[in-house]
Design a binder for this molecule. Structure first.
Ligand code: ZN
Ligand code: ZN
Length: 357
């Protein structure tokens, strides 16, 4: 079995570098297991070096994969990179979207001229997009935990409780069930407020007959889940039911289209066509889905501008929505694992319209 560090090393020749500096902490975690807040990795065919400062020496000894040599440096770790680079001319890759202009200048000035710095884009992120079996197990567990927390929330009804109370209870339940933390600030948005895709829960009670959008996730062992359900608090109006059915049809169509080899743009398009066909194209302004793993939003992307092709082992959300300003919002989101022939749905909460008290 090849490690993440092996897989990254294999990519370096095609990227045009002999060595790569990984500075993004999520990527450092992916490669080494380290979860602290100051760490840096240098990686190449004959190099596996992990840098941290004195505060994290013990944590690194426990967490960092034994294939890495551990070095302790001053708090600004970039200053230590030069000392670890021996020999002659060398092309050193760095993470273009994670190293600031300031850090780049500092790194450049600390390195001898024989080292050429080459900006690289999403190399580790591309590896992270295809989940290993042990990663899938963690995402599966996070999803189950989040499902269970939501079922608990439904039992006590929504009408008369504020959005903030509901969000607080949901998040506390996830922690009680063992989550490290919510994957993101939970969204509970009732009635017209649900028309804001990224609504912040208010101190406003849920009214009878309102549609309530709930979007939540649990982080467990570093891995995240992401799910949205829209429930009716009391019997909904006809318009709300119709919108719900249209979003559901788009969601099911999107899930059907997910398989290895499918383009992220194409999967988005088939689901979007359902909503367009129902006359609500202008009320659906976001992409269909995104990868989920160590981060809640990662590769691959499923959207109108996506250039990603789905691969077996991707974990993606499928989450169409319709947002009617001033009236209501409906979004339905599942987390699925891409397989060769289709996908496996991880989220187990029903997608039939639930009417709660
Ligand atoms: Zn979500
Ligand atoms: Zn999502």
């Amino acid at each position: 079995v090849s490690s993440a560090a092996d897989r990254l090393t294999d990519l370096l020749p095609a990227a045009g570098v002999e060595l790569m500096l990984v500075s993004n902490l999520i990527n450092v975690r992916y490669l080494t297991g380290y979860t602290g807040s100051n760490g840096l990795v240098l990686i190449g065919p004959a190099t596996r070096t992990f840098f941290t400062d004195f505060r994290y020496v013990e944590q690194a000894a426990e967490q960092v994969d034994s294939s890495f040599e551990r070095r302790t440096a001053s708090q600004d770790l970039l200053d230590a990179v030069g000392d670890a680079l021996r020999g002659g001319e060398l092309r050193l890759g760095f993470e273009e979207e994670h190293l600031s202009v300031h850090q780049h200048a500092r790194l450049r000035s600390s390195l001898p001229d024989r080292i050429e710095l080459i900006g690289l884009t999403e190399l580790v992120e591309g590896l992270r997009a295809v989940k290993q079996p042990e990663e899938l197990e963690r995402i599966r567990a996070a999803t189950e935990l989040a499902d269970q927390a939501f079922r608990g929330l439904l039992e006590h009804g929504f009408v008369g409780r504020t959005e903030r109370q509901l969000a607080t209870v949901l998040e506390q339940t996830m922690r009680d069930l063992g989550a490290s933390r919510p994957s993101f600030d939970s969204i509970i948005a009732a009635g017209p407020h649900g028309a804001l895709p990224h609504a912040t829960p208010r101190d406003t009670p849920v009214g009878r007959g309102e549609m309530v959008v709930a979007d939540w996730g649990a982080e467990l062992d570093g891995y995240n889940s992401d799910c949205t359900r829209t429930v009716a608090a009391g019997e909904p109006a006809t318009e709300a039911k119709d919108v719900y059915q249209l979003v559901l049809e788009a969601q099911l169509t999107g899930v059907q289209a997910v398989k290895a080899g499918a383009g992220g743009r194409d999967v988005d398009a088939v689901a979007r066509a359902v909503i367009d066909g129902g006359g609500h194209g202008e009320h659906y302004g976001h992409g269909l889905g995104h990868g989920v793993g160590l981060e809640v939003h990662e590769r691959p992307r499923i959207s109108q501008r996506s250039e990603d092709t789905l691969r077996a082992g991707n974990v993606v959300s499928v989450e169409p929505g319709i947002y009617l300003p001033g009236r209501l919002g409906v979004r339905i989101e599942d987390l699925v694992v891409v397989t060769e022939g289709g996908c496996e749905i991880l989220t187990a909460v029903t997608k039939d319209l639930m009417v709660v008290s």
